[in-house]
Design a protein around this ligand. Sequence first.
Ligand code: AHR
Length: 534
Amino acid sequence: MPTRSNHKTTLNMKNKLIIAGLALTSSLTLSAQEITGTLHADQGTQKIHKEIYGQFAEHLGTCIYGGLWVGEDSPIPNTKGYRTDVFNALKELQIPVLRWPGGCFADEYHWMDGIGPKENRPKMQNNNWGGTIEDNSFGTHEFLNLCEMLGTEPYISGNVGSGTVEELAKWVEYMTSDGDTPMAKLRRQNGRDKAWKVKFLGVGNESWGCGGNMLPEYYADLYRRYSTYCRNYDGNQLYKIASGASDYDYNWTKVLMEKAGNLMNGISLHYYTVTGWTGSKGSALKFTDDDYYWTMGKCLELEDVIKKHAEIMDQYDPQKRVGLLVDEWGTWWDEEPGTIPGHLYQQNSMRDAFVAALTLNLFHRHCDRVKMANIAQVVNVLQSMILTDTKGTGHMVLTPTYHVFRMYKGFQEAIYLPLDLNVPTIDVRGDDHAKDGRKVPVVSASAAKKADGSIIMSLANVSLDKAQELSIALDGSNAKTVTGEILTCKKIGDYNDFEHPDVVKPEVFKGAKVKKNTLQVKIPAKSIVVLNIK
Ligand code: AHR
């Protein structure tokens, strides 16, 4: 069961809502619950690494082709081949880091196929994702130039599963060497004179699965070997990332830390909010209230998973030098009916927005160890920021998840502040990992101090039918004013589509005030609020 740090959750029997197995009556919808607590505005010590707001772009379905990239000859408005509308929307998010080219795709990707004149680039079959033919027109230059234009750090996911040590070593040289080296010369021939800066380098992806089905001991040795030959050229400093565990596989983390912890800067963790890996995962849009509450419980379980991996890491790295990087996370539902199997195209409702808000809040709480996270994926795949109509209409829509990322961007690099709230919990349905069910705090909250001294606070009211009134003492602050934004909906399944792009969109929030150094807020049911307190 998730336990929380710096966030006191109490089971208040009076306020406790029993969700599992009970139909909620409409009489519950009227009253508000009162939650009290204290923000310790002068007790922040840890920075919320901006990389927690990272994104992931894989050669999968229409994430790259039709999502980010349409090519310069496309009738869809583009800037040097990148979709202009998508580019502008992503620029607004201030994406700190973008992971590419996979995912599972990374361990079958041979980077030399994606450089040089496009007409000479060989095609390949994308065996992981529907057998689609990949023409390699989006390769290293197209990716790194996009990162430059977005002001984003690239995160290259290298091929260990089917690639050689030499191939990965040469890729690093190609991207980052400014000297008279063979790969730098080749890059110059291909039109790029100056080396790019590439900080983040993943040494394989899911090496326990699609990345080679390896055992942790074997992969640990391979990690040691491959990472040795990935050099720092001309002032470029690599941050080397080992392929880490899937959710509850604690032994993987243990073995990797023991055998290779001293040679890595980070180790990844993948955790999806998913019902299971076999059979239906449920529809993105058609779900019951009970399913919604299960989703909240399952996404919050990531906190427990992080704690357990972090405890293991603490044994080998008590200084917390090595980052735990949740470089794949988010919801995974059934593909939308009528879309191409294997392309993982799913709609995105207000339920997904809650998963984003709750998950970002829990990453903040663990910012001492969680130094990066990359939601899967940026466009048209799984819990995406943006959906594009790839059938030629040229439409684009921002998802509810996009709006959460936009509203939360002030948390990037802010100093995490302890916030004690006596939040009642809701008992929700469990699953194989939580046979007795789970408990979900009715409000998920997080606060941080920004560089300008103002406080950013997020408050997500998970309840489908009760407003929440909060009264929070602002210790260590003499704030006087509060402004905010709210993301809410009529129905929890509300979503945006090409015909109705603004069903779910943020509005100005006027339900908060600061009085006698206390923040008073009333948040409607199923709402996510972000406040700026000065
Ligand atoms: O994000 C989709 C896939 O999920 C990735 O390719 C893989 O790493 C994970 O299993």
